[in-house]
Design a protein. Structure first.
Ligand SMILES: NC(=O)c1ccc[n+]([C@@H]2O[C@H](COP(=O)([O-])OP(=O)(O)OC[C@H]3O[C@@H](n4cnc5c(N)ncnc54)[C@H](O)[C@@H]3O)[C@@H](O)[C@H]2O)c1
Length: 322
């Protein structure tokens, strides 16, 4: 029998084996996003159990191997690390309320992670993810392209789901994006939204204009408050963010150069620097490439600036200078 040789593998590290980290791992094995998946949590018992439970299902998935545990060395050599560790929103709490506690976790965690995976692309999911992206960038010294957050990838999916249902079309035929803070000041760029090539406002179902101003206002409200609603009912949001994060992992590990609304330090885009917020962004093997300036109305441009100011204010309150 010929010797079995090893080939280069793709490795995904996940920090935090809670609701989000495990949903991400589950989605990653089903979608075959990485050949090797390592789940790490300070709660070693939980991480080991979650790793086993996931591994026991891999007969029915692709060739991914999954491990879980409390030893950070399991993340060694990862190509991409997704951070989900930290406090989560309680009912009624905003994402920004979590900042202080989660920055303290990152101050300890980032140097340890950098030791294990100095060349990895880092994606933050822990909230408030825009603020934490700047904090983690400062703590780690990583270049801005290699540290970013899932931003409004999830929020955009929530929006497209609502629009697709109303338009009676497939979700991937809806082109609409939420940009800005992953939080209360985010907003949809309606002036640019289409279904196929048709502007949203012109879309008709049985001759009726469905996307009225009232509908669009209600949809915006629904998306901005979606997490609060889910958390009220089940204590956490996990499945959709798991899938959204895997989509980002795929873009990096498969060098896709996909345009996704992730959030990174804008570094001059729209004249904004030292603040991370979501814009349509080219994501590939090096992480974040170009953050795109898109056509938008004057009102939307004002909303973007207001979102940046909101985040700038939060960073200043936390003593993180830009
Ligand atoms: N960005 C998004 O779109 C989005 C969506 C959903 C949730 N989230 C955020 O994701 C985070 C995780 O949410 P969750 O529901 O999985 O929480 P959870 O409480 O279920 O899990 C968090 C896990 O982090 C672990 N942890 C804490 N400190 C750690 C450390 N120093 N090292 C390793 N592990 C550590 C805990 O032991 C726990 O298992 C929260 O901040 C939440 O707000 C973000």
């Amino acid at each position: 029998m010929a010797n079995i040789t090893t080939v280069p593998v793709t490795k995904l590290g996940i920090v935090g084996a809670g609701s989000v980290g495990t949903s991400l791992a589950y989605a990653a094995i089903i979608r075959e996003a990485a050949r090797e998946i390592a789940l790490y949590d300070i709660d070693a018992t939980r991480a080991e159990a979650e790793g086993l439970d996931l591994a026991h299902g891999t007969q029915f998935t692709g060739a991914s191997t999954v491990t879980g545990g409390g030893d950070i060395e399991a993340l060694a050599g990862a190509d991409i690390i997704v951070i989900t560790a930290g406090a989560r929103q309680q009912p009624g709490q905003s994402r920004l309320d979590l900042a202080g506690a989660n920055i303290r976790i990152l101050e300890k965690l980032m140097p340890q992670l950098m030791e294990q995976a100095p060349d990895a692309v880092y994606v933050l999911v822990t909230n408030p993810c825009d603020v934490l992206t700047i904090a983690a960038q400062k703590i780690s010294g990583l270049p801005r392209n290699r540290i970013f957050c899932s931003g409004t990838v999830l929020d955009t999916s929530r929006l497209r789901w609502l629009l697709a249902k109303e338009a009676h079309v497939l979700m991937t035929s809806v082109h609409a994006t939420i940009i800005g803070e992953h939080g209360d000041s985010e907003f949809p760029v309606w002036s640019n939204a289409t279904i196929g090539p048709v502007p949203l406002q012109d879309w008709r179902v049985s001759g009726r204009q469905v996307f009225t101003d009232e509908f669009l206002a209600a949809a915006t409200d629904d998306v901005v408050n979606a997490a609060y609603r889910v958390i009220e009912g089940k204590g956490a949001t996990n499945y959709a963010i798991g899938l959204a994060a895997v989509r980002i992992v795929e873009a990096v590990l498969q060098a896709e150069n996909a345009v996704l609304p992730v959030s990174a330090d804008l570094s001059g885009t729209y004249g904004i620097s030292g603040v991370a917020l979501s814009l349509p962004t080219v994501v590939g093997s090096g992480g974040v490439y170009t953050m795109l300036e898109m056509p938008m109305s004057e009102k939307e441009h004002g909303q973007l600036m207001a979102s940046a100011e909101q985040l700038q204010g939060e960073l200043a309150k936390l003593g993180i200078s830009s």
